[in-house]
Design a binder for this molecule. Structure first.
Ligand code: NAG
Length: 275
């Protein structure tokens, strides 16, 4: 009993230490980018906000890091830049914490560990299926009563989350077919779970990542996959486009996927067109 508690505590310390290190790395990126900015010659965009400049990947050290470590090419980096800027757009929705965000009415909920651990909340929302995509398992009480897909995964940019998209997409789609409500959650409902929700929107609503992310941000403002996950989503979009599963807005003919595999009609009724 005691030993168990000891190892749990040290495990927790391990997680804390890793989170602290990640935080320090992010902070140093931030500081480096600030100093780079100061030493760079004044540009015509000197009136743009600091946030704009922070997210401009052309001179953000993060882009160099992503290029070196993950072979991100220029197209991917400029896509990342666009995605990051979406977060700064004004949105009607306000932040909410007491209950999960509703991404698709009567079907897809998106929240945090607290929501997934709150039996009465889940019952009141009539949720019976859960995707838990964090390093923390749910209590036995929940595991016994709900159908839970647990994918144990850390929120770190080097983690391969894309390998799980097929499984999570199938799980979500089977809930849709059964008319069951499902909660996708991680620790905070910010990075890991958003990635899973976006992969679903891309595959089954045939949206580009940009459209899907804009849509999701309207439903859950704190949605923010880490850069490594965003890169993997960009690569996933490319794959789906090659398979003709994403409707490319650029005027070309509509993709020819069958409604059985990709039931546009039934699902797209729920989704608002992204401007
Ligand atoms: C669980 O959710 C209910 C709302 O249904 C809320 O009132 C309650 O505070 C939550 N409990 C915890 C422990 O967060």
């Amino acid at each position: 009993m005691h030993r168990n508690r000891g190892s749990r505590t040290s495990q927790r310390y391990g997680i804390l230490t890793r989170k602290l290190i990640t935080f320090i790395i992010c902070l140093s990126f931030y500081i480096i980018s600030l100093s780079c900015e100061r030493s760079s010659p004044p540009s015509s965009s000197s009136s743009s906000s600091l946030l704009d400049q922070m997210s401009d990947f052309s001179y953000n050290p993060m882009s160099k890091f992503l290029a070196n470590k993950f072979n991100a090419n220029d197209d991917e980096l400029s896509y990342l830049d666009k995605l990051t800027k979406l977060k700064q757009k004004n949105r009607k929705s306000t932040l909410q914490y007491t209950s999960p965000s509703v991404v698709i009415d009567d079907f897809l909920f998106h929240g945090d560990l607290g929501h997934a651990s709150n039996l009465s909340l889940l019952k009141s929302l009539d949720i019976r299926y859960i995707i838990n995509i964090c390093d923390c398992p749910l209590d036995k009480e929940i595991m016994d009563e709900f159908k839970v897909l647990h994918i144990n995964l850390d929120d770190e940019i080097g983690v391969d989350i894309k390998q799980h998209f097929d499984q999570t997409n199938q799980f979500l789609f089977s809930c849709k077919e059964k008319n069951q409500k499902v909660l996708v959650h991680c620790q905070m409902g910010i990075s890991r779970s958003s990635t899973i929700v976006l992969a679903y929107l891309m595959k089954y609503h045939h949206n580009t990542l940009l459209e899907a992310y804009d849509f999701l941000l309207n439903k859950r403002r704190q949605a923010s996959p880490n850069y490594g996950f965003l890169l993997q989503l960009i690569q996933y979009e490319k794959e789906l486009k090659q398979k003709n599963e994403i409707n490319d807005d650029s005027g070309k003919e509509k993709s020819k996927q069958s409604d059985v595999e990709n039931p546009v009609k039934t699902l797209d009724e729920n989704i608002n067109k992204v401007e």
